[in-house]
Design a protein around this ligand. Structure first.
Ligand SMILES: NC(=O)C1=CN([C@@H]2O[C@H](COP(=O)(O)OP(=O)(O)OC[C@H]3O[C@@H](n4cnc5c(N)ncnc54)[C@H](OP(=O)(O)O)[C@@H]3O)[C@@H](O)[C@H]2O)C=CC1
Ligand SMILES: O=CCCC(=O)O
Length: 292
């Protein structure tokens, strides 16, 4: 697995590729906005002009794309993955998408003799930079095993969850919980502030109790300052809430808390906050600060 293709150099793809390069992998990269490849080339990557060109060159290719539409487009459009995938080649989609999207891609790839693994990740920009992601793989077990040398560099733990779709579903469940927690946390910070408490003291109290967690600890101080540098873009969190709610619909699971959190993320998007970190949902509570 020393030579890998990588499609999608956003926040996550760039960090993951840098990490692979640092660990001696030869990586051929492609990004829709090709200029984003330049920095990776400075660190030793090679450019593929199209997804098809990357697949042609590499035995294994990883994708890290924004959403289902992007994941499908890179596979099915002209000069896409399908044009060159064939027997002996593996395609590993690490984007967060729904199970249906992943299955469509899997069917198309395997119909051409290729091998497919979905492998969405838990963990954000910093864990991606540090090789500390949690990898939620599903699909072809042999490809999972072939990918382990790369997964060992990218992550601190990999799970193999069985058939295609299970990785996507696990990821959506995790992010649904995270999005709901973020909204409760935002309201708590505001409630502390409005009721005359110091929100920084609230962070200390939370950190010592049963609901201590890295997300509150890491995001809390900047949220109090209304600063939201993007690690996990809010538009992607809202996409994940939407996809998780659809999974809830399919399985008749009532999710009123997640539905309310989704509304808050939608409101934040309508306020133009989609490209900021998902913690910017705090602004939806802040925006009612002045009201009595
Ligand atoms: N950021 C995070 O903390 C985490 C993100 N994820 C998931 O990982 C995926 C990537 O996230 P992240 O890196 O943050 O996202 P970014 O928005 O930073 O990057 C998105 C990438 O997708 C590409 N893209 C978007 N639309 C298309 C399209 N139609 N065709 C081809 N390429 C397209 C972008 O290309 P271009 O540069 O041209 O716009 C870019 O390379 C998402 O599914 C996200 O939910 C998972 C875990 C953590
Ligand atoms: O999908 C994004 C997950 C972000 C995180 O796990 O911190």
């Amino acid at each position: 697995m020393e030579e890998i293709g990588f499609l999608g150099l956003g926040i996550m793809g760039k960090a993951m590729t840098m990490n692979l390069l640092r660990h001696g992998f030869k990586v051929t990269v492609w990004n829709r906005t090709l200029s984003r490849c330049d920095e990776l080339v400075e660190h030793g990557a090679t450019i593929g002009e199209t997804p098809a060109a990357v697949i042609k060159k590499c035995k294994y290719t990883i994708a890290m794309l924004s959403d289902p539409a992007a994941a499908l487009s890179v596979v099915f459009d002209q000069h896409g993955v399908l044009e060159q995938i064939c027997s002996g080649k593996g395609y590993i989609d690490m984007s967060t998408v729904d199970a249906e999207t992943s299955s469509k891609i899997s069917e198309a790839i395997t119909a051409k003799g290729g091998h497919f693994l979905e492998a969405p990740v838990s963990g954000s920009k910093k864990p991606a930079e540090d090789g500390q992601l949690v990898i939620l793989a599903a699909g072809e077990k042999a490809l999972y095993e072939a990918a382990l040398p790369a997964f060992d560099v990218l992550g601190k733990k990999s799970f193999f969850l069985g058939q295609v779709g299970n990785g996507a579903k696990m990821k959506l469940v995790v992010n649904m919980i995270m999005g709901s927690m973020m909204n409760a946390f935002s309201e708590g910070l505001m409630l502390a502030d409005k009721s005359g408490l110091n929100p920084l003291t609230l962070l200390d109290v939370l950190d010592l109790g049963a609901i201590a967690n890295p997300m509150f600890k890491m995001k809390g101080p900047s949220m109090i300052q209304s600063s939201y540098p993007p690690a996990f873009p809010l538009k992607h969190q809202q996409k994940d809430m939407r996809l998780a709610l659809a999974l809830g619909d399919e399985n008749s699971v009532p999710m009123p808390v997640a539905a309310a959190a989704n509304e808050a993320f939608k409101k934040a998007r309508s306020m133009g906050l989609g490209d900021l970190d998902f913690s910017a949902v705090h602004e939806t509570v802040q925006s009612s600060k002045g009201s009595s």
